[in-house]
Design a protein around this ligand. Structure first.
Ligand SMILES: Cc1cc2nc3c(=O)[nH]c(=O)nc-3n(C[C@H](O)[C@H](O)[C@H](O)COP(=O)(O)OP(=O)(O)OC[C@H]3O[C@@H](n4cnc5c(N)ncnc54)[C@H](O)[C@@H]3O)c2cc1C
Length: 472
């Protein structure tokens, strides 16, 4: 009797690296956006490129849908498969393969955790710039698939600006290398494709020198519009901070009540974190200019981190804020939308209106420099009405982003969450072109089906049906 595809997978990666029991599968039924859940049929943990190639060949032959998964910190329902599908967990492929100090690049496997790369090259005076707030856990493969951003990306650009080459296994099991040096730059096409083109098995990433001087300023304002106005003025004055991050009062209070406590002003309606980096002379000059601009907005508090420890504490507060939201409610729906910087105050006022309408607390922390907002809805996923309410509220905010000339996603991707809104941002012709391009790499839609582009009603229901709370 011929082997089943599960038996074949076990032969390739070893029986203990194919998970089938209910308890193990439970951890893979959602990413960090727990509004969407779908239990996979199996999880496979390959350890080498050869194993990924063999796994993809088996799944292709058996016509089994599959999706790669890094740390599962995605916030748009990306690393999920329809029931019976297979998750390829890339976490065993977590080796840093090469660091070229002189040419300033690193070659890594996709399961390397973002911060581990910067920690590894720190003693060489180098770093990897994109710094998602999830950088202590999220993987570089997941970062490339989502084109991750982060506070420092205001100056340095998102992941796509730091990707030099990638090795990718397509749905049919064929292995390809795409590089910035190729005539047709498929590397750029891969970045942000949400795991729908191929499984990334190796990456070559740019490293940049650590700055010789850094200055971090914390400004407390009476409210969010004041903080937004200060951000617009900083950019209008031609200042080039590396980061411009805003947190509102609910976020400040959640942080200050948590282990991420950073000494943020509890009486402020919003704080702005602004950081400058470069050589000492440049940073000193810019610091004076930055202070001048901030003072024009009558901050309640204005201070500069006096020690490296204070700077670390401020960033720990900012980057831990997402986790601190756990105090507000059992679940958090973290949204991601973009508006032109000049429209930040307007969209934040709209978010406040929606908060009142929906009757659930919303905390805000956002990459203000990029116009990238992240309202955090605090809700209880055990209540189906709250699930529906936050989902509808999110869609309303995203539609407003589009109306203000923005877009559906700054960095979390489209995933399952926003695919139904894609036709509101893009025309039929653009969607059709994107679909045709995807089909070149993934013709049978077996690789991460239903993500990024609008899907058919039947396919959408295959996922929605399994949402906790059971409403479609
Ligand atoms: C508290 C918190 C803070 C966050 N802050 C930020 C932030 O500041 N900036 C930001 O951009 N995001 C942020 N995120 C979102 C998330 O961390 C990023 O999207 C991250 O890039 C996902 O990486 P991951 O390894 O967890 O990927 P996963 O969630 O496992 O997967 C994400 C997507 O990538 C695909 N994928 C994963 N690995 C591969 C691979 N090897 N080959 C092909 N496709 C693959 C998956 O199929 C899926 O579509 C945050 C999330 C949390 C929970």
């Amino acid at each position: 009797m011929s082997k089943t595809w599960i038996e074949e997978l076990r032969q390739v990666v070893g029986a203990r690296h194919v998970l089938k029991d209910a308890a193990s599968l439970l951890s893979y039924e959602s990413d960090a956006l727990t509004l969407f859940r779908c239990k996979p049929g199996a999880v496979v943990l390959p350890n080498t490129v050869e194993e990924v190639v063999a796994v993809m060949q088996i799944l292709h032959q058996a016509k089994i849908p599959c999706a790669a998964r890094g740390a599962g910190t995605g916030l748009s329902g990306g690393a999920l498969v329809p029931e019976g599908g297979v998750i390829l967990s890339m976490t065993r492929m977590n080796r840093i393969l090469e660091v070229d100090e002189e040419a300033r690049f690193a070659r890594v496997e996709p399961g390397v955790v973002n911060l581990d790369l910067s920690n590894r090259v720190d003693r060489l005076g180098l770093r990897y710039a994109p710094d998602p707030a999830s950088q202590t856990v999220s993987t570089l493969g997941g970062n490339v698939a989502e084109n991750a951003g982060g506070p420092m990306c205001f100056l340095h650009g998102t992941t796509t600006n730091h990707l030099l080459a990638a090795d990718v296994v397509l749905a049919d099991g064929s292995l390809h290398s795409w590089s910035v040096e190729d005539d047709l730059d498929l590397r750029g096409f891969l970045c942000g494709s949400e795991g729908t083109l191929g499984v990334i098995v190796a990456l070559t990433l740019k490293l940049i020198p650590k700055p010789s001087a850094v200055i971090t300023m914390l400004a407390g304002f009476k409210d969010v519009p004041e903080a937004c106005a200060a951000v617009a003025a900083i950019v209008a004055k031609g200042l080039r901070p590396v980061a411009l991050e805003v947190m509102d009062q609910k976020a400040i209070q959640a942080v200050e009540r948590s282990v991420y406590r950073a000494g943020l002003p509890l009486d402020a309606g919003a704080v702005l974190i602004a950081e400058l980096e470069g050589d000492a002379l440049y940073v000193e000059k810019e610091h004076v200019r930055l202070e001048e601009v901030l003072k024009q907005f009558s901050p309640i508090r204005l201070e500069t981190a006096a020690t490296p420890e204070q700077r670390v504490a401020i960033w720990k507060g900012r980057k831990g804020a997402g986790g601190a939201m756990g105090q507000l409610a059992p679940d958090s729906y973290v949204m991601d939308g973009v508006v032109p910087r000049s429209k930040l105050a307007e969209i934040m006022a709209f978010v406040e209106e929606v908060e009142v309408e929906v009757g659930l607390p919303v905390a805000n922390l956002f990459h203000a420099g990029d116009g990238n907002i992240h309202p955090h809805f605090a809700y209880d996923a055990r209540d189906p009405e709250q699930c529906t309410a936050v989902e509808e509220a999110g869609a309303k905010i995203l539609r407003k982003c589009l109306e203000l000339g923005g877009s559906l996603s700054g960095e979390h991707g489209i995933g399952l969450e926003k695919q139904h809104l894609m036709r509101e941002q893009f025309g039929e012709g653009e969607i059709a072109l994107m679909e045709r391009l995807r089909r070149v790499f993934n013709p049978d839609d077996l690789l991460n089906p239903g993500k990024g582009l609008p899907m058919s009603r039947g396919c959408a229901e295959a996922f929605h049906r399994h949402r906790r709370g059971g409403h479609a």
